[in-house]
Design a binder for this molecule. Structure first.
Ligand SMILES: Cc1cc2nc3c(=O)[nH]c(=O)nc-3n(C[C@H](O)[C@H](O)[C@H](O)COP(=O)(O)OP(=O)(O)OC[C@H]3O[C@@H](n4cnc5c(N)ncnc54)[C@H](O)[C@@H]3O)c2cc1C
Length: 505
């Protein structure tokens, strides 16, 4: 075999990472610190694997495979991660997915079939866009929205119901009989893998909470039109309940709807913090009549409707809006559920919304833990990995106990959703779901605090090996930057049984 030859000068510009040889001078072109940082840092011509992973994620090296010039003779090169693969970090997957033969009463073959394909779709199609848009604050890209709609993912995120009629689910991967709230749970919890909280809300947030009142309470002709608009992604919808004056106290809303003699409503008022409101075409809007009654009107974007972005702690991709209605004319046929009190329409919507929030929250706790586990094994402090400190291992164990117990409760409730009618769910599950939301979000705040502790300064910065989180919003959901790669150490310092055998990721 003809071997490539190197001059001594050239060798000084090579570096070994994971038994692969890279050309440092090529790295220098993309490295923020330039060539001098790389040459001065005593890595040139050496095996820099350990130094590299002290400061970088695996994704960094995966991104630059084109800069690889060879491999070290006789050394085994670890295979690259297969896209969509189950994480090999212990407890990074719910137990039904974890390697080791766990049994579940809930998940069947079709759930596994769906999960496998769906995760691959998320990684291939959604994650790259989520990362780009989360940082530039733009709306989710058209090609992603179109694909989500074509596969009817957005429709499935609303759960079982008549809006699914006639729709092919995920290119026929599952049948209508197989679709159930556990498929919805898989989709919802997969969003944590985006590591992009604002993007996720921007992608489906408005539809998931804004469309169900239309599906359940609008007159058929209007319902079909709006469902098609929203689920095709062409004219999105949002839920406009909260106002500057009334948040928790929904019954205290002040947006006025005055009935005219020619069969219209004239709407005046403002709404605050409306997810995807900046881009929405339809607004499921809670209003108060002159009689003091609450009505829900479906308002179309047009004359008198103005939306402005509100800055939040997460990305502007969520499209969070301040909305003003200035003498907006709304046909009476756009009133939802004549005969059903407006407050009831709003309140029946909340349980599913809370279930979605809880599912997101618990999945994100798990993702945060995974980040912490990787970092604690990767980061050396005082000459030892962080994970060798008992206090750090105790925090990781506490995180696992928190999200695993929450997940078990969530799955128990989800199973009830599979068996109960919508009416039974409204009667029996509103309490447990609200309690779980209270419990999970409080538990997640403890995990957020522990995660910041484990990440140190990187716990509050945005770039590099950082962990971003904002435990301050209403459900204390938090976000992390896109996952670490390598677990740079064997898990031997950790005493949990499943850690010992974990391979590098
Ligand atoms: C990012 C984001 C997105 C949102 N998206 C939407 C959306 O799409 N559509 C929509 O309609 N709304 C949306 N909201 C609004 C959200 O639903 C409200 O923030 C929530 O209902 C709480 O209202 P508030 O913020 O006005 O708090 P307030 O009602 O002012 O309450 C302040 C605090 O007091 C507590 N509190 C209130 N009453 C009591 C009480 N009786 N006893 C003890 N404590 C109490 C509350 O829990 C809260 O912690 C969004 C908010 C955020 C932050």
């Amino acid at each position: 075999m003809a071997l490539k030859t190197f001059s001594r000068d050239q060798v000084a510009k090579l570096v070994i990472i994971d038994s692969k040889v890279y050309d440092l001078s090529k790295f220098a072109k993309v490295h923020p610190g330039g060539i001098s940082v790389l040459l001065d840092s005593e890595i040139a011509g050496q095996d820099a694997t350990e130094r590299f992973y002290e400061l970088h994620r695996t994704e960094v090296i995966e991104k630059y495979t084109r800069l690889q010039v060879g491999v070290v003779e006789g050394e085994e090169v670890a295979p690259s991660r297969v896209p969509g693969a189950i994480s090999s970090v212990p407890y990074a997957e719910p137990t039904w997915l974890a390697p080791g033969g766990y049994h579940s009463p809930y998940y069947k073959e079709h759930h596994r079939r769906f999960q496998k394909v769906y995760r691959r779709f998320v990684e291939d199609v959604v994650v790259p866009d989520a990362q780009a848009r989360e940082s530039d604050g733009q709306a989710p890209s058209k090609h992603v929205v179109e694909e989500m709609c074509r596969l009817n993912i957005l429709a499935m995120q609303i759960g079982p119901g008549k809006h699914l009629n006639g729709r092919v689910l995920m290119d026929g991967l599952i049948s209508h009989e197989e679709f159930d709230p556990f498929i919805e749970l898989i989709i919802t919890q997969s969003a944590a893998k985006l590591h992009a909280r604002g993007y996720n809300d921007g992608l489906g947030g408005g539809t998931i909470i804004g469309l169900p009142p239309v599906i359940n309470f609008a007159q058929p002709a209007l319902r079909d039109r709006v469902v098609e608009d929203a689920l095709s992604g062409k004219r999105p919808i949002c839920l406009a309940v909260t106002e500057p004056f009334a948040g928790s106290d929904v019954a205290g809303i002040r947006t006025r709807a005055r009935k005219t003699e020619d069969g219209y409503w004239i709407v005046n008022g403002s709404k605050k913090w409306i997810t995807t409101g900046t881009r929405a075409h339809w607004f499921t809007t809670a209003c108060r009549t002159d009689d003091g009654e609450i009505v829900v009107l479906l308002i179309e974007r047009g004359d008198g409707v103005e939306t402005k972005p509100i800055k939040t702690l997460y990305s502007a991709t969520a499209g969070t809006a301040f909305i003003t209605f200035d003498n907006v004319r709304v046909p009476d046929s756009h009133r939802l559920g004549p005969g059903t009190p407006g407050l009831l329409i709003i309140l029946t919507n909340f349980s599913h919304e809370r279930w979605v929030l809880v599912a997101h929250n618990i999945a994100r706790q798990r993702v945060i833990y995974e980040e912490c586990m990787k970092w604690a094994n990767q980061r050396k402090v005082f000459g030892k990995p962080l994970s060798s400190q008992a206090v750090v291992r105790q925090k990781l164990a506490a995180m696992i106990a928190r999200f695993e117990s929450c997940q078990s409760w969530l799955e128990a409730i989800t199973f009830q959703m599979c068996r109960m009618s919508p009416e039974e769910q409204a009667k029996n599950l509103a309490g447990p779901i609200a309690l779980l939301k209270m419990h999970a979000t409080r538990e997640s705040q403890k995990t957020a605090a522990d995660a910041v502790q484990i990440f140190g300064g990187r716990g509050i910065t945005k770039t590099g090996t950082s962990l971003r989180m904002h435990p301050s919003d209403e459900s204390a959901h938090f976000v992390s930057s896109f996952g670490h790669g390598a677990v740079r150490r064997a898990f031997s310092p950790l005493s949990f049984d499943r850690l010992a055998a974990a391979p590098r990721v």
